[in-house]
Design a binder for this molecule. Structure first.
Ligand SMILES: [Zn+2]
Length: 76
């Protein structure tokens, strides 16, 4: 189990630690800590969710436009 330096207080912290036991700095375990991983997963999920909403919105808009065009063309 390797030790890394806490970015806040320079205390030696296990790289698997969620927070620094000396100052409580979150993600003290460095780049491979639990909190950065969770943040990356959450960021990926949020952006993927926003992207799917954007695609869904575009598809809905095209469907509504197609129905409106059909109604306008059928009405005359
Ligand atoms: Zn610390």
């Amino acid at each position: 189990m390797a030790l890394v330096s806490c970015p806040a207080c320079d205390h030696r912290v296990s790289e698997t630690a969620v927070a620094c036991p000396s100052c409580g700095h979150p993600g003290a375990g460095g780049r491979h800590g639990v909190i950065p991983t969770l943040g990356r997963v959450a960021g990926t999920y949020v952006s993927a969710n926003a992207f799917s909403e954007l695609v869904l919105g575009s598809v809905m808009f095209v469907c509504v436009a197609a129905v409106l065009i059909t109604l306008i063309l059928a009405g005359r």
